[in-house]
Design a protein around this ligand. Structure first.
Ligand code: MSP
Length: 519
């Protein structure tokens, strides 16, 4: 079985994650589930990034120790990932003892090798991002990543010789066109960072101590990004002297999904750390766009009062409706938007009208006209072959989209078949056929073809809408997993039940307003 290692960024345990952070894990989950469906031996890793000054400050404000603080938020994050039905194989924490020990050994190895050296750092520092920023990177005098003020800072520190690997990295990026995706992000990295030249990176801090101690110089803690990035290898058994079989099997990762704001860390620093450790680089780092809030496309932030959380959304609309919305609405390379208005419209138009109605109408007719049991009675009209073609082409269409990580477009392909099926009902008019005893076989074939469309779509929906997929397959009561039209199934369907309820938009918006969820 071919292996497939997919990871997400590990979330900061500084605060409860909003729907934007959650999007990344749902996205990764849909890919992991898809690869499993396609027979890959998938390893899906996610987790929490628990060290750093910002987290220590938050703990102090909350009057608890940093460890207590991260234990709490870690639990909250994991619960949200679980609630959203993400099928990770491992949820990692950077405070795990094994991770801490391996990071210390990596630091020492790189120091002994001469890639890390001791010096003094003076520069502009962004505390929320835990990053020193150069003058040229500032945007309007502020941090280019978070837009906040930076401070002058000076400290004795260890540095990593990024410049030593610059050429090797440039060659690698050039000879591996898929390494950084999408293309626009790659160009951004080359033009904004590689062309001006990489400066050596400060990889230790002495100004706070909530981090992994440099074991041979314990007043230093390891720079949080060196600590965090290595999670991708420490947790599958990397060791500087004797890595595990799991590591040998799964590394290099096939896909590392990260948000566009942290692509720099993953496509410049991370590959260079790996080169210094003589390890192969991930096959692809994909910088996904962001989910923004409201009609004005704002960044979600507590201070703006526009943060929405996945657990609240799930309570109001259901897990699969939220998964559908974020997977469908966030395009491949541009930012997406979430508003309650758009969300309700999508649910009503796609999940209720197109998907839910098709399944419900079809199963209800099978029950009504054939006492729930049907088989195929052959072809009767030109519409049959067209629908069958749609069904048979779906698997490869979805695969092409998924190979390019165009998740929203994959869902569109499935919904095109569902739409085609609804049109087939209008064309064949089963309720008319039902009035004519002579047309009984034709009616049975029509419903059979519809069940086949629902079956194949139901299976292919699993990566995106896992619970809905299970409900569909349960209702049609089929264990045929083939992704093509099968003319020899014997259907005995269960009683129909509603997959998605229509939402009264005005009423719901008013209700959300009263509960202060609409800002
Ligand atoms: N801890 C670092 C990552 C270290 S990886 C070795 C971090 N954490 S984070 O909690 O701030 O972000 C986690 C992920 O969520 C990042 O990939 C980030 O880009 C993503 N997102 C944060 N806000 C987002 C949206 N509004 N929309 C989509 N993704 C967003 O960065």
């Amino acid at each position: 079985m071919e292996k497939y290692y997919i990871s997400t960024a590990i979330a900061y345990t500084s605060a409860k994650p909003h729907i934007g952070n959650t999007y990344e894990v749902i996205l990764a989950d849909s890919i992991a589930r898809y690869k499993r469906l396609k027979g890959f031996d998938v390893y899906f890793q996610t987790g929490t990034d628990e060290h750093g000054e910002k987290i220590a400050q938050k703990a102090e404000q909350a009057g608890v120790t940093p460890q207590e603080y991260v234990d709490d938020i870690h639990e909250e994050i994991k619960n949200i990932w679980d609630l959203m039905n993400t099928s990770y194989d491992k949820f990692v924490r950077t405070t795990d003892l094994n991770h801490v020990k391996v990071v210390q050994k990596i630091f020492k190895k790189l120091y002994e090798k001469g890639d890390i050296y001791k010096g003094k750092y003076e520069g502009l520092y962004c505390t929320p991002c835990e990053a020193f920023i150069t003058e040229s990177q500032l945007i309007d005098g502020k941090c280019p990543d978070c837009g906040r003020d930076v401070q002058l800072a000076s400290e004795e520190a260890y540095f990593f010789k990024l410049s030593k690997y610059q050429k090797q990295l440039e060659d690698y990026i050039e000879s591996h066109p898929d390494f950084i995706q999408p293309e626009s992000r790659k160009n951004e990295m080359i033009n904004n960072f590689l062309k001006p030249g990489l400066q050596d990176l400060c990889v230790s801090r002495t100004s706070f101590d909530w981090g992994i101690k440099v074991d041979f110089d314990p007043k230093h803690v390891v720079y949080v990004w060196l600590d965090a990035l290595t999670n991708y290898i420490t947790n599958i058994g990397y060791s500087v002297d004797n890595s595990t079989d799991e590591f040998k099997k799964y590394w290099p990762a096939d896909l590392q999904l990260v948000g566009k704001d942290i692509i720099r860390f993953h496509t410049l620093y991370w590959p260079i750390f790996l080169m210094a450790l003589d390890l192969p680089l991930p096959k692809q780092v994909f910088g996904h766009p962001w989910l923004l809030f409201g009609a004005n496309n704002e960044k979600m932030s507590k201070s703006r009062g526009n943060v929405i959380y996945a657990d609240d959304l799930a309570k109001d609309f259901g897990v699969d409706a939220i998964r559908y919305y974020v997977l469908h609405e966030i395009p491949f390379s541009n930012d997406g938007t979430i508003t309650y208005d758009l969300l309700i419209e999508r649910i009503n138009s796609d999940l209720v009208n197109i998907l839910g109605n098709l399944v419900n109408r079809t199963i209800s007719m099978v029950k009504k006209y054939f006492d729930s049991s049907i088989t195929n009675k052959g072809k009767f009209s030109e519409y049959d072959q067209d629908l069958i073609n749609y069904i048979n082409e779906l698997d490869s269409k979805v695969e092409k989209r998924m190979d390019k990580l165009e998740i929203g477009a994959s869902l569109d392909e499935i919904f095109n078949v569902l739409r085609r099926s609804n049109k087939y009902i209008d064309e064949t008019m089963p309720w008319v056929l039902a009035k004519d005893e002579v047309k009984k076989a034709e009616l049975e074939s029509v419903l059979y073809n519809l069940l086949e469309a629902i079956r194949v779509c139901g299976i292919l929906l699993k990566p995106y809408l896992p619970e809905t997929s299970d409900s569909i397959l349960k209702q049609i009561n089929s264990d045929d997993v083939s992704l093509v039209y099968n003319d020899a199934n014997v259907y005995s369907v269960c009683d129909p039940f509603i997959l998605f309820y229509r939402i009264d938009k005005d009423k719901k918006l008013k209700e959300l307003e009263e509960n202060k969820k609409v800002s």
